[in-house]
Design a protein around this ligand. Sequence first.
Ligand code: MN
Length: 221
Amino acid sequence: MDAHTLTHTYTDSVLRAGGVPILLAPVPDIDVGVLLDRIDGLVLSGGGDIEPERYGSKPLDSMYGMDFDRDEFEIELVRLAAKRRTPTLAICRGMQVVNVALGGTLIEDIPTEIGSMDHTVIGHHVFNGHQHVRLEADSRVAQVVGATDLEVNSIHHQAVRDLAPGFTAVGWADDGVIEAIQHEDPTWRLLAVQWHPEYLGQVDDKASRALFCALVDAAAG
Ligand code: MN
């Protein structure tokens, strides 16, 4: 039977930051506003690939975990959250959903296109910072984490390619893969990262915890 699931690392991270986590199940477009009325901030979690047709691409063997209902729901959620400037922390697939929902595209498979397996490290390494990411010094994400260089985890085989209108890249891995993006309007308290702070926060990583604290602070404001 299908199930809506979320790893506890997300809810732990929100709780640790002083927030109250609520898990959202997909609802029809018409109800997304009702749902957003009842929350103060949004975490867009990691997960399977976005259906390639949604950003003008085609299915490939390397793609996995596509979920029509989840895409449909999260894309509408992002469009409305962007309109309302709902505080948002977008993680991994979540950052990709933000980009696709607002008009951007994705690299369909990093190992095929860039030849790097560095981004697809799983197992206990999800709790290790093993990938160097450089952040733009004046970006919101750099200000929140208080650093321009981070060692992050990396559990993705896709990445942002063309940015949606109004967005800039503000973080990169050493191979040039985009690891953080930012919206031009600073009143939208959006943080969007390709790595997984919800895992690193479990092992006391200060930068990761700061991202969730920034979301909860924005949501409380
Ligand atoms: Mn990565």
